[in-house]
Design a protein around this ligand. Structure first.
Ligand code: MN
Length: 258
C-alpha cells in the first residue's frame, strides 16, 4: 500500500513524526508536507508565484518533500507531479488541536485530506485535542487502531474523506469511538487589542475559544465527552433544503428592452 502523509503543522511537526512511526509498517509511506506551519490555511492554494519543493531529511530517519505552500498544494502537487504513482491512501496529521465543528472549515489538516478525496483517493485527517502536554505517540497508536478498523471494514473509500479526532489524553484513555456529525454552530471567540503596528491599531485572535450550544450528536459533544470521533465529510457544500426551496420558485426570465 502506498501512503501519502501530509499535515498543516509543517513537515517537522511532532504530530507528523508520530503518525509516520505508527503507520510506516503498513506500506510505503511518502511524506509531502508544508515547510512551515499552515494551521487555519483552510483549502487555500498558491496561485501567485511558484511553489518551491525540496527533498529534506526528516528527524525520524526518512526523507520527505518539503513544500513552500499550503496543505492543499502539497496533495495536488504530490498527486499531479511529485509521486511516480498515485497513493492508495492519504493521511493528514496528526494536527496539534482538535478539528471539530466549524473549525473544520478553517483547518488545513482537513483541507489536505479533502483535496485527496476530491482527487479520488481515500483520505483520513487526524487531529488531537491538545491538553497540557500533547502526547502524539500515544495519540498515534489510537489513530493506527482506528485506521486498521477503517481499512478492514473497507470504509476508507476513494472520494470519501473521514475526519478523526482524538480526545485529550491527559485524563486517561478515550472512552471509545463515536460516529458524529460535524457541529455547525458559531465560535465563541475574542480578539485582543495589541500594540500598534506601523501607527495602526492591531488585533490578535486569542487561542481560547468555545463552541456555542453544540448539539448532543455533534463531534464537539462527543470529543468533549472523551470519545474518539469519526465524521465523514464531503466537498459538496450544497444545502439540500435550500435547493428544494429555490427549485419551487418559478423563475421568470427578465426581458430587457432593446
Ligand atoms: Mn495545525
Amino acid at each position: 500500500m502506498r501512503i501519502l502523509l501530509t499535515n498543516d503543522d509543517g513537515i517537522l511537526a511532532p504530530g507528523l513524526a508520530a503518525l509516520y512511526a505508527a503507520v510506516c509498517d503498513m506500506g510505503e509511506v511518502q511524506v509531502v508536507a508544508p515547510e512551515t506551519s499552515q494551521s487555519a490555511a483552510g483549502h487555500a492554494l498558491t496561485v501567485h508565484g511558484s511553489v518551491v519543493v525540496q527533498t529534506v531529511p526528516l528527524p525520524f530517519g526518512a526523507r520527505g518533500i518539503s513544500v513552500q505552500g499550503r496543505p492543499a498544494d502539497c496533495v495536488k502537487l504530490a498527486y499531479r507531479q511529485l509521486l511516480a504513482e498515485p497513493p492508495d491512501l492519504v493521511l493528514s496529521g496528526i494536527n496539534a488541536g482538535a478539528n471539530i465543528g466549524i473549525n473544520v472549515l478553517y483547518s488545513g489538516t482537513v483541507a489536505a485530506a479533502m483535496e485527496a478525496a476530491i482527487l479520488g483517493m481515500p483520505a483520513v485527517a487526524f487531529s488531537l485535542a491538545v491538553g497540557t502536554e500533547p502526547d502524539f505517540p500515544r495519540a498515534a497508536r489510537h489513530c493506527r487502531a482506528v485506521l486498521e478498523e477503517l481499512l478492514a471494514a473497507d470504509l476508507a473509500r476513494p472520494g470519501g474523506m473521514l475526519n478523526v479526532n482524538i480526545p485529550r489524553l491527559d485524563d486517561g484513555e478515550p472512552k471509545g469511538i463515536r460516529v458524529a456529525r460535524q457541529g455547525s454552530g458559531r465560535l465563541i471567540e475574542q480578539y485582543m487589542r495589541v500594540e500598534e503596528v506601523d501607527n495602526c491599531e492591531a488585533y490578535r485572535l486569542t487561542d481560547t475559544y468555545g463552541f456555542e450550544d453544540p448539539p448532543a450528536d455533534s463531534d464537539i459533544a462527543a470529543l468533549e465527552a472523551g470519545y474518539i470521533t469519526i465524521t465523514p465529510l464531503q466537498a459538496d457544500l450544497t444545502d439540500p433544503a435550500g435547493l428544494d426551496v429555490l427549485r419551487q420558485v418559478s423563475w421568470k426570465p427578465k426581458r430587457h428592452k432593446a
